[in-house]
Design a binder for this molecule. Structure first.
Ligand code: FAQ
Length: 328
């Protein structure tokens, strides 16, 4: 065994690691300036930036229906919801920036197709009822996943999630209310609502990620208290929620095998198509190309805003420097 004295940097790292381990063991929170293991930082940048990208790309499927919302009130509500998603993306990019990732790097990774974002947003929105199904099922799944993330060990992520979850709860209710209105409308409207639920059910269950035995990141993320529950556990909770809510809607879930197994205390749902899931996250889903192209064009169109903002900031700094020069 080596008896060589540790170098000063190793001592600092050892102390940092001991403090980090103690904080995690005590279920405490890590702040940006605290020492953290490099893998912890990288895992968070990966998850938080993917989450931010999901919020930004997630604006598109619903925005598709803003111009065709059935009333002025529905249009105003949908516009506010889509704007909320943009806000969520911004909080999350800011949280990732506190870990050392730059906004430019993250945005570039997204528009070059190198970064992941949630599989769900690569499915098309074919009817107005899809806006309801997204609110009910997609925001519902997002809440089931994200409420435990309010307790994530990385404090800026947890803090961002608190506000996001409050807004997602409102989103879920507005989606549910759209479906309820349609389900109580004409037979055609009810059929439209059922069709939307049929198409979004399985993709919404896939939002929780691959099954636990095929989830390479879960174990470590749970040990670090970033994730609090496994992908399958969260999926189970979500199924338990919607199975009751769908009865109020007077609709059905497209899952004839769905049942609660008293012995294992588990919902048995239909086998999800994990080949389709892998295709979607590798960029081969129904709308991946369209979503990325739209984001790329929006980014290019916004170049003048970024330039103007940078120029404004530069001029403000010059003014400040001049003022402090005069004062000296
Ligand atoms: N889609 O080892 P795991 C919303 C990837 S926000 C795409 O289990 P992890 C609001 C995963 O990244 C929705 N990729 O990974 C809204 C990993 O790849 P990597 C977004 C997925 O991180 C509503 C690989 O597979 N929510 O909906 C997916 O432990 C309406 C192996 O997976 C969040 O991001 C997927 N579904 O668990 C907005 C929540 N699942 O990076 C607009 C925060 C897995 O190793 C309109 N994120 N992958 O190359 C999380 O909780 C986690 O990151 C999971 C994945 C659960 C998504």
């Amino acid at each position: 065994m080596s008896t060589t004295a540790a170098t000063p940097s190793t001592v600092a790292d050892d102390e940092g690691r001991a403090a980090f381990d103690a904080l995690i063991a005590a279920d405490g929170r890590i702040e940006p300036r605290d020492w953290m293991p490099e893998d912890y930082r990288k895992t968070l940048i990966r998850q938080v930036s993917q989450h931010a990208h999901s919020e930004i790309i997630g604006m598109q499927p619903e925005a598709n229906w803003i111009t065709r919302a059935p009333s002025l009130k529905r249009k105003a509500i949908l516009m506010a919801k889509v704007q909320d998603e943009a806000g969520h993306g911004l909080y999350l990019y800011s949280a990732a920036e506190t870990l050392g990732a730059t906004r430019d790097e993250m945005v570039e990774a997204l528009i070059e197709g190198k970064a992941k974002y949630s599989s769900i947003f690569n499915y098309p929105t074919r009817s107005w009822a899809d806006v309801g199904a997204i609110g009910w099922l997609v925001d519902g799944a997002a809440i089931a996943n994200q409420v435990p993330l309010c307790r994530a060990s990385y404090a800026p992520y947890g803090r961002a999630m608190v506000r996001i979850c409050k807004e997602e709860s409102f989103h879920q209710r507005q989606g549910f209310e759209i479906l309820l209105t349609l389900a109580n409308g004409t037979p055609e409207q009810k059929a439209m609502a059922q069709d939307a639920v049929n198409r979004f059910y399985a993709p919404a269950l896939m939002m929780f990620g691959p099954p636990d035995d095929a989830s390479p990141n879960s174990k470590q993320s749970m040990a670090w208290h970033i994730k609090r529950f496994s992908n399958d556990d969260l999926r189970q909770r979500f199924v338990g929620m919607i199975v009751e809510q769908v009865k109020v809607l007077g609709l059905t879930l497209p899952d004839p095998e769905l049942r609660y197994d008293e012995e294992t205390k588990q919902w048995i749902h239909k086998e999800l198509d994990w080949v389709e899931f892998m295709d979607v996250i590798k960029g081969k889903g129904p709308c991946n190309a369209q979503r990325l192209e739209r984001r790329r064009v929006a980014h290019e169109d916004g170049a003048w805003v970024r330039e103007a903002a940078a120029e404004y900031a530069r001029k403000q700094q010059l003014k400040l420097a001049e003022a402090s020069g005069k004062a000296a």
